[in-house]
Design a binder for this molecule. Structure first.
Ligand code: DQA
Length: 145
């Protein structure tokens, strides 16, 4: 089993960016957490990719086909705007879990629409960086079922 963890814009700024919302851990810490959680959940390969560019995320989703068994995705701000990411997830048909560091549902109204989430079988939000470990475990359980 192989998992791809995808991260959208500004997540490379973790640790610097609004620490009251996103915490003080860095993007490198997040990568380490995903590799450890993926290995613990039984994934052989844990790909972790971040981009600030919508098209790069669409490319990464398309290229996941035939390589990865599932996707954990935090599209960040593109969650709330990107039909292209929704369509890419639907196109490849890989099982996907949506993850958000913050509790998007208790924030501004514009964060309460999720296009990508319409192609995901589960969502984790408001659990901080540990939410990625939770999402990876959910994906593993889904693939094993
Ligand atoms: C986020 C929530 C989004 O609304 C925001 O644009 C982000 C991060 C989160 O992980 O909490 O960049 O996806």
């Amino acid at each position: 089993m192989n998992v791809l963890v995808l991260n959208g814009p500004n997540l490379n700024m973790l640790g610097i960016r609004e620490p009251g919302i996103y915490g003080t851990q860095t993007y490198d810490d997040l990568e380490d957490l995903c590799h450890a959680a993926g290995a613990e959940a039984g994934f052989e390969t844990v790909g972790v990719f971040q981009s600030n560019h919508e098209g790069d995320l669409v490319d990464a989703i398309q290229e996941a086909r035939g390589v990865y068994d599932g996707i954990v995705i935090n599209p960040a701000a593109y969650t709330h705007t990107s039909i292209a990411i929704l369509d890419a997830l639907k196109a490849v048909g890989l099982p996907a879990v949506e993850v958000h560091i913050s509790d998007v549902d208790s924030r501004e109204p514009f964060r309460q629409t999720s296009y990508a989430g319409m192609a995901c079988f589960a969502r984790v939000a408001g659990e901080g960086l540990q939410g990625y470990a939770h999402a990876i475990r959910m994906l593993a359980e889904h693939l094993e079922a």
